[in-house]
Design a protein around this ligand. Sequence first.
Ligand code: NAP
Length: 313
Amino acid sequence: MTILLVKSGGEAALPDWQRHFAESAPDIEVHWWDDPAIQPEQVEYVLVWEPDHGRLAQMPNLRMVLSTAAGVDHITRDPAWPAHLPLVRMGGEETAQRMGEYVSLACLGLLRDVRRIMASQVAEKWDYFENPRCALDVRVGIMGMGNLGARSAQMVAGLGFQVAGWSRSRKELPGIESFAGPEEFEAFLSRSDILVCLLPDTPDTRGAIRAETIALLPPGAGVVNAARGTHVVFDDLVAALQIGHLSGAVLDVFTQEPLPPGHPAWSHPHILVTSHLASLATRSARVRYVADAIRRHEAGEALPNLYDPIRGY
Ligand code: NAP
C-alpha cells in the first residue's frame, strides 16, 4: 500500500478524506499528518496545507508533495521544503469554475454596488438608485492568466464585460485582449475599470496593487483580489478609496488570515470582505485530482500543474 499523509481541514476531516480516497484510489492508505503509528520513512506522498516547517525534510522516502490549494506559498515558505521533489498545485475543472464564479460575482458586485444594496437592507431603507453603466461599458483587466485567470476571463466576458488579461507570456483566447510583460503593464492598467488579481505570490508580484499602480487605473476603478493578501498594499488601497480614485474593492485574501476583528476592511463602506472562500473545490474533486496525479507519477507520465522553483510559481 502507498502511504499518503494528509494535513488539511483539521484531523476531524480525516474520515472524509479516507472515504473519498477509498472510492477513487483504494490502493492509497490515508493517514493524518501527526499519526504516531506512521514513521517518517514510510511516507511516500503528502497532501498538505501549511505543513509545519522542517517536517517534509524529515521524510526520506517522500516522492511528491501535493498542495490542497492552487497556491503553494504555504509550502515553499518552509526554508527546508524538499525543492528537489515534484510539487503539484491543486487544479482541475472545479477549481477554475469556482474562481470564475467568484470573479463574476465580484465584477457584478462592483458594477451594481452590492455593498450599498446590502447596507440598505440592513438599515431597512428603500434605496432606489440608477446605474449609469452596464457590463458592456466596463473594461475588466485580469492580472494573471493561468488556470484560474483564463477561465475567469472567459466567464466574465460571457457576462458582457470587455476583458483583457496580463501575464508574463502572451495568450490567445477568443475575445480576450492579451497584454504581456512589464512593458505592457501600464497600458493594461490604464484600460482596466475593474482590476482583478489572480497572480501567484512571487517576489515579482508582491505589492502589485500599490499606490503607483492604482494611480494608473482610470478614475473610479474597482479592485478585486482573490489571489494572495501580499498582492495588495492595503493602506494604499484605502487611501485611493478615500479620495475617490477607486470606487470599491472586493477582497478575499489578506496578509493576516483570519482577518482579525476590528480590521478596517470589515467596516469600510466600499470594501466587500469575503473569507478566503473564492475557490476551493469539494473534497471529492480534490481527491480525484490527487489520485490522478499519483497514478501519473507512478506510471512515469507528465504531471499536471507542477510548481517551477525557478519561475517561482
Ligand atoms: P497559475 O496557473 O500559476 O497562473 C499564474 C499566472 O500569473 C500566469 O498567467 C503567469 O503568466 C502570471 N504571472 C506570474 N508571474 C507574473 C509576472 N511577474 N508578471 C505577469 N504575469 C505573471 O496560477 P493559478 O492556479 O491560476 O492561481 C492564481 C492565484 O490564485 C494564486 O495566487 C493562488 O494562490 C490564488 N488562489 C486563490 C484562491 C482563493 O480561494 N482565493 C483559490 C485558488 C487559488 P504565464 O501564463 O505567462 O506563466
